[in-house]
Write a protein that binds this ligand. Sequence first.
Ligand code: SF4
Length: 229
Amino acid sequence: MIRIAEVFHSVQGEGFLAGTPSIFVRTSGCNLRCWYCDTRYASWEPEGELQSVDSVLQAVQRWPTHHVVVTGGEPMIFDELALLCQGIRDLGRHITIETAGTVDRDVPCDLWSISPKLSNSTPVGYTSDTWIEQHEQRRKQPAIVESLMQRGEYQLKFVVGSILDAEEVLEYLKELHGWSRDRVLMMPRGITSQELQLQTSWLTQWCRDHDLRLCDRLHIHWFGNRRGT
Ligand code: SF4
């Protein structure tokens, strides 16, 4: 059984497949507690029922759309994720898995979309000391990120809200082995168009100067920060 917050049909707003019509399967529950999380109903306060793999696959088949994005929360915490993704693959669909890269599993996947969490994610002042400690212990797992990268196509998405964050990405990349520059995406932090534009105003030049790709969060511009989009 897998806890599911929602299954919906929308358009991918981030990364290599931005603009692609996609079905989103959002699992509910996360092993991290990023303070800026914009899907708290699938992490801090997980909603949704436990569902069988068959029931989720039936929901996916409501649409003929080729691309399926398995996201969260953190989908990789579920033992049955491999079964679910094998089922999606058997339907002939393309699978993207959105993960923070803290759990390794052998799961059928066509695009690993890995978003390692920086120190800017730590929820100091937002939750208990226990959760802050667990978040810090879990969030940075370069060996797991490397393992996922070796499992197939991947993109590395870093959420940044300041130049200090962007410099931390450079430090992170020094520790990480086997990454390719054209697969690193620098993403502004924000849940409104205004916030994203503010961040993008400095990040664009920073990306040019450091030869890394800028990645906007287009769904925020298109739909706002709304559930089911
Ligand atoms: S890893 Fe993702 S889903 Fe989990 S708390 Fe952080 S931003 Fe939210």
